[in-house]
Write a protein of this length. Structure first.
Lengths: 446, 1051
């Protein structure tokens, strides 16, 4: 009798455990399978949008009328525009928190994959997911470094304050700022490993491919002024995709003439809108006037907006800025690297490869340069004209300001008030949100 | 006397009816006049002395009833002397018969815990469609928060920050998983509130907020059949729209002209999204371009100055609400059988002509099928149907989060409906119409007619129970309940509705002027259904034994419960209700939006499924031992496991327990206080729990259908990072009370102290962890919630004319003792006081403000920075919490009711006063940021600073442009806008007249009662000088006066 009772108790104990193992909400899934991790990395709504745009607001491609500036609802926008220090404190989602959200997704996937031993059938998918997770993390780190760290300076990189490198999904892990050198080393490690693991082709443009990882590496190397290295990554990226979009095939009268997911796009991501959107956000008039009359970009990128000219050339074909990676950027980066390496003719070939697709068919006279300096001048001018509003201008300003030949002082005039940003201003490094400083104890930027 | 004796002795033989005399009194010996004594078909009423005389024979059963008392039965065993009958008050006094815990019924005398019993009399004093609102003003410690629409009720304050705050509701024996509004109040016999640990711990992890046990009306073995019929109708006024602090049209236009001159609208004029510009701004643009002369502009504007959209709303949208209630209940019983059958019908039309109908049917039976065994079965069916009505004042809004401009007109002077601004500019709407699009205008008075939004629900409860006596003391009880509910909602928005036209138009594609429609031109139909399926089973052993000196009551058992909710929703486009067809749409392609070709969107599919299951496995035990009828000790124990908790918590399985003791002093031989014949002391301590159903112990991700334009197929997002330590909140409750019953004064006083630990709160995290909001739910807090509940009833005059006064008083003070503050920045603490703002040392709902130093000579508001008046609003916004003014609780600290009841010859008049003291609220004022960007004005605008010197008599800042949001936010949260909430209001008055057959022989029924009830009569006194009702927040207008006429007849 007592045995039966014990048996019954055991049975109820076991079945009770099973009975209580049921998921309370079917939609709340405890991630455990490759399918779950793939779905997380397809959460483009979370990790392919709202890429940092502070640099675009603070750069010289944009201007606002005093009236529109006064009407801005958002403090961060106003202060970014005039290089003030009270930024990223009015919204939970900002240029610091959004990239770290992608880092959490990447780490969740990386930790999950660590618990799955792939069989022969699933190895390909496992590699794709690991590569993609590393790519998202590396790119997020890179974007953060452009906003919140000093421009890369090899002399001080080991002591300059870098970003927080979060390498696990554990919430309990304490945030610590790494050095700039360690930050870039981690970006390079993540992206090179991603490039090795990622497939050549991807189903969606929001998923990274091999070429995308190489293109991200070129950005990293360029911002570090490692031109030899950057050229090597450009070569690798263009091995997988060297196509360029012929702007002669586009309809300039369309609201946003450049099609989304076009053949130049290696990885699709978008950035902010808000005050950058015309008619509020206007394009620097000198910049606009620098486009030749037979340059198709003059009509494809720009349309009249209020009292100025607005930018309508986003590769997202919308008012959202394209902040992904595309082949035209890789060509132009390679041109600069070649020029800096002294190979003027190859440099001009790369530059012309892009420009011939940008001018009215049959009217383009290829650019030439007599020497390195001339080549560099042309390439750097064209870099700004081709890649405006892609989240690149800020990094370029920070990098080029270190070179006396290209350094600039930026100026804003609002009514009677004049604001300036000197080439070596600490305002080229954005402050970290106050609540992050408060809760993590990490040091604030100067 | 001899004669009488002779007669009595002889009577049985003679077979003729004799008369018996008796006296009906309360437990304390007070006579009860006006009680009805019935024998078979004849009845009589007791005199002022409580005495009665009625014809009866040996073996007859007398039924004695009186409003406010439990019915009593007396069998005539001998016809010799005066029969004395005591009636037990149905109200919650010491003498109330039993308290129901959902597991057992206990004699109140032997209970050590804190119970409040609300009897039938008090429940039926007020008139509402649902049961819970009838509890308002009936028991101490019970608080109704009406600041937001849909009152929430709490028992003894709040002991949780974010987990469920609602008390657990038990109907008869099991938690009610469906919508509690399904219960027909006419079916409810009594409600027991379980307030302390000893009373509620038996409900374990869900009992920390208190438990409400609803006992339904059932037949009694041996009771005569009784049929009662009730009917009532309530008419409720329209809400007073003019109490909204709306800015006058003239002032609003003045602001628009001011902004126009500053160029505020310039960028909006060329908005690629065609954002709407108000009619006045459109006029100003026309005047600027010369299309309108200056004189014509002024003439147009003058016409608008006197418009007040509230007049149109009041006239065209609102009506008096009507609520009707009908119910019939039949109860009775045979020698071994009892039955109850009831039917109910409710029909409501609200202030906006939305309708609600409810049918309820309840059948309960019990059989004593042997001396040892009995069976119970009940079936309850509820069916409801609701349909939405006209839009309310807050529903008519131009898009993009704007309020309606005060000079909007809903109809012209002839009553023809007029369009009101919605998502796009008027000129654009005209152009779009010319291009062949559907009319894009929004006409509020027409729109709702093209929307058919209905919800129907069916709910079935099946309840079975069996009891078997194993020995005279030990019995085995098994219970099972099934509840199945189904809700179906359908919302058909015809082509006449703005929403449908807007959706069609937005997606309309124009290629060279030829239009195509990705969203078909036709109605949009949304369907939603949800199904509840809940099973609960319980096995229980009960032990009841009395010895010469002591008695023991004990129960022990186990329980398994599952509540599964599944649902789905679906939308079809181009629906034709006549032939039941619809049109397929392409959800995968991304379309350029017509009004802004730069924007692209997929058609959002509105199809989805959900399924949640909550499972509990519990075991429980409870025992009470009473010695010599004076000393009682009690203890309870419960253990819960649930699929909501993580494995770790389930394994730990910390049991929740309670222990208590009581001492009936009055039964001691030394007790000789004749003025207070009953006196009892009691004290308990124990632990309850509380669960947050939305949390899980694991890292969870949520799947989404492809709804973004990047990919096709499902994708996922992280919904919560792992929390391996998730556990329920634990609340330890100490309760000490004294119950007394005197000749005049009866009542109880209780003190409680609830210490909550492991409270789930938003733990601040460094957003760098990947959680942008910077907060995650964890078990991180602790709080102490103390209070005193007092209930006193004085029978001031107790004769033919009766006057009694009942005072309910509660003091509740809560204090968070442990919490890792989310923020030390002031802004996090400056809220409306409705949401909980955890601040250590303060109650959960609190009011903080910025110190206020008046306006300066420029009309700018001044705060305090480093002890000095300052208008450095950035520095003010960084005020540490210690620099803020702490006013106090946002919910009353002292509150209660005072009810006076007068009786005279069947007429009963009672009035309930409510008082609430010791709390604060934040008054709204003009916020120029809201005014400019959201068109949300405030009548304070007219009192603003306008010229130097005004600062002497106004505190409303000047209007400046461009707006400084920090300045606005400072003023909005400054101490000058905090007011004391204290108020006294006359909640309701009831006048009833009861006529009994005993007194009026012509009456075709046993008794009939007519009554009138007036509710929400008004505030008698308030501390604030602005005429604001602090118990209703912002645009939630105070409940208007409601008048009820009703009838109850008993056959």
């Amino acid at each position: 009798m007592s045995r039966i009772i014990i048996l019954l108790l055991l049975l109820t104990g076991i079945s009770c455990k099973k009975y209580l193992d049921l998921r309370p909400d079917k939609k709340q899934v405890v991630a455990h399978s490759l399918k779950d991790y793939s779905a997380l990395l397809d959460g483009a709504r979370f990790i392919n949008i709202a890429y940092p745009d502070a640099g675009e607001i603070a750069s010289d491609n944009l201007w606002l009328t005093a009236v529109d500036y006064a009407a801005l609802p958002d403090r961060t926008g106003q202060n970014l525009y005039t290089w003030g220090t009270d930024v990223f404190n009015d919204n939970e989602t900002n240029d610091w928190t959004i990239p770290y959200q992608a880092v959490l997704y990447a780490n969740t996937v990386l930790e999950g994959l660590g618990e799955i031993v792939p069989d022969t059938a699933s190895t390909g998918e496992w590699n794709r997911l690991k590569g993609a997770a590393l790519f998202f993390r590396g790119l997020a780190y890179y974007n953060l470094a452009q906003q919140f760290c000093a421009p890369y300076n090899s002399a001080t990189a080991t002591t300059d304050q870098g970003i927080v490198l979060r390498q696990t999904a554990a919430i309990s892990e304490v945030s610590v700022r790494a050095s700039v050198a360690a930050t870039y080393t981690q970006i390079e490690m993540d992206l090179t490993e991603a490039a090795a693991l990622l497939p050549v082709a991807q189903l969606y443009k929001t998923r990274p491919s091999k070429a995308a990882a190489f293109a991200a590496l070129t950005r990293m190397a360029l911002s570090r002024e490692s031109y030899v290295e950057a050229k090597r990554w450009c070569d690798s990226a263009l091995t997988y995709n060297n196509r360029l979009l012929d702007y002669n095939t586009l309809n300039p009268s369309a609201a946003n003439p450049v099609p989304r997911f076009n053949e130049e796009v290696l990885f699709h991501a978008t950035g902010g809108r808000g005050m950058l959107v015309p008619p509020v956000g206007k394009v620097d008039s000198l910049l606009y006037r620098s486009y030749a009359a037979n340059d198709l970009r003059r009509s494809i990128f720009f349309k009249a907006a209020g009292t100025g000219v607005g930018f309508y050339g986003s590769y997202d074909a919308s008012t959202y800025l394209f902040m992904g990676l595309a082949t035209d950027e890789v060509y132009i980066t390679r041109a600069e690297c070649l020029a800096r390496g002294g190979n003027v003719s190859a440099a001009m070939t790369d530059l012309n490869a892009v420009l011939i697709k940008r001018f009215r068919a049959g009217t383009f006279i290829p650019y030439t340069a007599a020497n390195v300096q001339e080549a560099l001048d042309k390439i750097i001018a064209e870099r700004r004209k081709e890649l405006l509003f892609r989240g690149l201008r800020w990094t370029d300003l920070r990098r080029l300001n270190r070179d006396p030949r290209y350094r600039v002082t930026l100026k804003r005039v609002i009514g009677n008030q004049v604001y300036t940003l000197e080439w070596n201003s600490p305002r080229y490094i954005f402050p970290i949100p106050e609540n992050v400083i408060r809760r993590s104890g990490i040091p604030q930027n100067p | 006397m001899k004669q009488l004796l002779f007669l009595l002795l002889l009577a049985p033989f003679l077979g003729i009816g004799q008369t018996v005399t008796g006296k009906v009194t309360t437990h304390t010996g007070n006579p009860i006049p006006g009680a009805t004594v019935t024998n078979r078909t004849i009845s009589t009423q007791t005199a002022t002395t409580g005495a009665f005389t009625i014809a009866a024979s040996l073996g007859d059963t007398l039924h004695i009833t009186h409003t406010g008392y439990e019915p009593a039965v007396a069998v005539i065993r001998q016809i010799v002397s005066v029969i004395s009958i005591t009636l037990t008050s149905a109200d919650q006094t010491l003498a109330a018969v039993t308290v129901a815990t959902g597991y057992q019924r206990l004699p109140r005398e032997r209970a050590t815990g804190s119970f409040s019993v609300v009897g039938e009399g008090l429940l039926n004093r007020s008139v509402t469609t649902d049961v819970l609102s009838r509890l308002e003003g009936t028991a101490p410690g019970l608080f109704f928060d009406k600041r937001l629409p849909g009152a929430t009720l709490s028992i003894r304050g709040r002991s949780t920050i974010y987990a469920g705050r609602d008390p657990l509701v038990i109907v008869d024996n099991f938690p009610y998983e469906g919508d509690i509004a399904n219960i027909n109040p006419a079916d409810v016999e009594s409600v027991t509130l379980l307030k302390d640990a000893a009373a509620a711990s038996i409900w374990g992890t869900r009992a920390a907020n208190g438990v409400i046990v609803i006992s339904t009306r059932k037949g009694r073995v041996g009771a005569a059949p009784s049929l009662s019929v009730t009917a009532n109708a309530t008419v409720q006024d329209k809400p007073d729209l003019f109490a909204l602090p709306q800015m006058s049209a003239a002032s609003f236009i003045e602001v628009e002209r001011f902004l126009f001159a500053k160029g505020f609208y310039n960028s909006q004029e060329t908005s690629p999204n065609r954002l709407p510009l108000s009619p006045v701004v459109e006029l100003l643009i026309r005047a600027r371009s010369g299309a309108l002369s200056a004189a014509a502009l002024e003439a147009e504007l003058v016409n608008l100055y006197t418009v007040d959209v509230r007049r149109d709303m009041d006239r065209y949208l609102y009506q008096r609400a009507i609520r009707q209630q009908y119910a019939a209940t039949l109860t009775g019983g045979g020698t071994a059988h009892a039955y109850g059958l009831s039917l109910g019908y409710d029909r409501n039309w609200d202030n906006l002509a939305a309708t609600f109908g409810r049918y309820t049917a309840r059948l309960s039976n019990s059989w004593q099928w042997s001396r040892r065994g009995s069976l119970e079965a009940a079936v309850v069916y509820t069916q409801t149907a609701a349909r939405t009505g006209r839009p309310s004042y807050s529903n008519i809004t131009p898009a993009a989060a704007k309020d309606l401009y005060p000079y909007a007109r809903l109809a012209d002077s002839a009553g023809n409906a007029l369009p009101v601004l919605k998502d796009y500019r008027g000129s654009y709407i005209t152009a779009a119409k010319a291009a062949g699009l559907l009319d894009w205008s929004y006409i509020p008075l027409e729109d709702y007619k093209h929307t058919d939004n209905r919800t129907a629900s069916r709910d079935l409860v099946l309840n079975l129970g069996a009891t078997y006596k194993l020995t005279s003391a030990l019995s085995l009880e098994a219970r099972y309940q099934y509840e199945g509910a189904n809700t179906e909602a359908g919302n058909q928005q015809g082509l006449g509705s703005y929403n449908t036209r807007n959706t069609v138009n937005r997606y309309t594609q124009s290629v060279g002027g030829t239009l195509s429609y990705p969203v078909p031109v036709g109605a949009i139909l949304d369907l939603e259904s949800s199904t509840l399926s809940a099973h609960a089973g319980r096995g229980q052993l009960s032990y009841n034994k009395a010895w010469s000196k002591g008695s023991l009551t004990a129960i022990a058992g186990g329980e398994v419960r599952e509540s599964a909710l599944s649902g789905s929703f679906n939308r079809v486009y181009g629906y034709d209700g006549e032939i039941l067809t619809y049109t397929n749409v392409n959800y995968d392609s991304s379309y350029r939006l017509y009004y802004n070709n730069s924007l692209r969107s997929t058609i959002a599919p509105s199809t989805g499924f959900r399924e949640t299951v909550n499972r509990y496995v519990s075991s429980f035990a409870n025992a009470a031992y009473t010695w010599r009828g004076r000393y009682t000790v009690s203890a309870s124990l419960r253990r819960d496991a649930s699929n909501l908790f993580g494995v770790a918590t389930n394994q730990k399985g910390v049991p929740l327990w309670s222990a208590g003791a009581s001492w009936s002093l009055d039964k001691e031989s030394f007790y000789r206080w004749s003025a207070v014949p009953r006196l009892k002391l009691r004290a308990t301590y124990g632990h309850n729990g509380n669960v947050d159903n939305s949390l899980s112990a694991y890292t969870t991700i949520s799947y989404f259908n492809s709804g973004n334009s990047f990919i096709t197929g499902a994708y996922a997002g992280v919904s919560r990072p792992a929390n391996p330590d998730l556990r329920w909140e634990r609340v330890g409750t100490l309760n000490a009370g004294i119950d007394f019953e005197g000749r005049i004064l009866t009542g109880s006083v209780e003190y409680y102290r609830k210490e909550a630990a492991d409270l789930i709160g938003d733990a601040p995290v460094d957003p760098t962890v990947g959680w942008p909001s910077g907060k995650l739910r964890r078990n991180i807090g602790a709080m102490i919630n103390r209070g005193v509940d007092v209930e006193l009833t004085a029978r001031v005059v107790n004769s033919a004319f009766g006057w009694s006064v009942t005072l309910l008083g509660s003091w509740n003070s809560a204090r968070l003792t442990e919490y890792d503050s989310i923020s030390s920045a002031a802004s996090a603490y400056l809220t409306s006081g409705i949401s909980t703002v955890p601040a250590v040392g303060k109650p959960l709902n609190n009011i903080f403000s910025y110190p206020w130093a008046g306006l300066d000579a420029a009309g700018d508001p001044l705060g305090i920075v480093n002890g000095q008046p300052s208008k450095d609003y950035l520095a003010i916004s960084r005020t540490p919490v210690s620099g803020l003014v702490y006013h106090g609780s946002a919910t009353p600290v002292v509150f209660g009711w005072l009810r006076n009841t007068f009786n005279w010859r069947g007429i009963e008049l009672s009035a309930n006063l409510s008082y609430r003291f010791g709390y604060y609220f934040r008054r709204a004022s003009v916020n120029y940021n809201n005014l400019f960007n959201s068109w949300r004005g405030h009548s304070d605008y007219d009192r603003r600073w306008q010229s130097p010197g005004d600062e002497a008599f106004t505190s409303v800042p000047s209007m400046v442009y461009p707006v400084n949001t920090r300045r606005e936010s400072f003023y909005e949260n400054a101490s000058v806008l905090v007011e004391k909430g204290d108020n006294i209001r006359l909640h309701d008055i009831r006048l009833g007249y009861t006529l009994k057959k005993a007194k009026a022989g012509w009456l075709p029924v046993r008794s009939v009662q007519f009554y009138g009830f007036a509710q929400n009569i008004g505030i008698l006194w308030r501390a604030n000088r602005h005429g604001l009702d602090p118990d209703y927040y912002a645009t939630n207008l105070p409940a208007p006066l409601a008048l009820t006429l009703g009838l109850k007849a008993t056959f």
